[in-house]
Design a protein around this ligand. Structure first.
Ligand code: ADP
Length: 265
């Protein structure tokens, strides 16, 4: 859990792929929770940070993992200077403040987390805190946003219908080549010609998803490669370390990817 808090200020750069900003704003106005589905590195986290700043809400982000429990989100009693004090978790803080709470990769969390989310994500919008006896009512500013990657295809780690049917959901994919070009140039400072070539390479590598690769190369990795090149690394080496090595450990698959890149470059 990282519980990062972003407050106010200028909205971080986010280039919309469609009407997702309008959907987010409408869900926030209507006090509805939002689920973002899509592969890793396609802009979900940036989108939430952007929207939180645009709506003027603080943002509490929690990266979920298989050990994350309801208590990590709600809070716990801690010993401080010989005294036992209650310390709010990020979800409780967000409810109290009327902030946005973003649960990244929510399917990774332990099962007891769903129990906490249910009364918060229907029209009750309450967060019972058993340990303190409190029952918090979420105000209009509070919004729960969760993301998950359906591409993992892990039958044990999928959202149960009883949980997912409490959310309005948006599907994210990789941006179109034109949008991705703008994102990569803006994020890395790389010139358009070389960025365009990286995006062509990314397109080819994404075409191998399901054959040799579990996941296509993310926009995040294309931005990494572009950033390394903009800072002086050779093109081929940057592609190798940022767009091939992170995708696979299989030597023959890596060789195949490198050949494919060489044919394009
Ligand atoms: P996710 O949360 O889907 O794993 P991120 O939001 O962390 O992905 O995106 C990874 C990186 O890709 C961002 O840091 C940003 O540089 C870039 N990115 C991807 N899509 C966009 C977009 N539409 N607008 C701006 N940046 C983007």
């Amino acid at each position: 859990m990282d519980g990062t808090l972003i407050e106010g200020g200028a909205a971080p750069f986010y280039l919309p792929q469609g009407d997702e900003c309008d959907v987010f704003a409408a869900a926030h106005r209507a006090c509805l929770p939002l689920l973002l589905k899509g592969p890793t590195g396609c802009g979900k986290t940036r989108f939430v940070a952007h929207m939180a700043a645009r709506l003027g809400r603080a943002l509490h982000t929690v990266s979920c993992h298989d050990d994350l429990s309801a208590a990590d989100l709600i809070g716990r009693y801690l010993l401080k200077g010989g005294e036992t004090v209650w310390v709010d978790g990020p979800l409780t803080r967000a409810v109290r403040e009327g902030a946005i709470c973003y649960l990244d990769e929510v399917v990774e969390a332990r099962k007891d987390v769903a129990v906490v989310l249910h009364p918060l994500t229907d029209d009750r919008r309450i967060l019972p805190i058993d340990r303190t006896g409190e029952e918090l009512h979420a105000g209009p500013g509070f919004m729960l946003v969760a993301s998950y990657n359906p591409g993992y295809q892990n039958i044990l780690k999928t959202l149960k219908p009883s949980t997912r049917q409490r959310f309005v959901a948006l599907e994210f994919g990789f941006p179109s080549p034109m949008l991705e070009l703008s994102v990569v140039c803006r994020e890395s400072g790389l010139d358009e010609d070389r960025a365009r070539l990286l995006i062509r390479i990314a397109g080819k590598l994404r075409g191998l998803k399901g054959q040799d690769l579990d996941e296509g190369v993310s926009t995040r990795l294309v931005v990494y490669a572009a950033t390394l090149i903009a800072r002086g690394m050779g093109f081929d080496r940057a592609v190798e370390v940022a767009m091939i090595e992170p995708l696979t450990d299989e030597a023959d698959v890596k060789r195949g990817l490198a050949d494919l890149v060489a044919a394009l470059a």
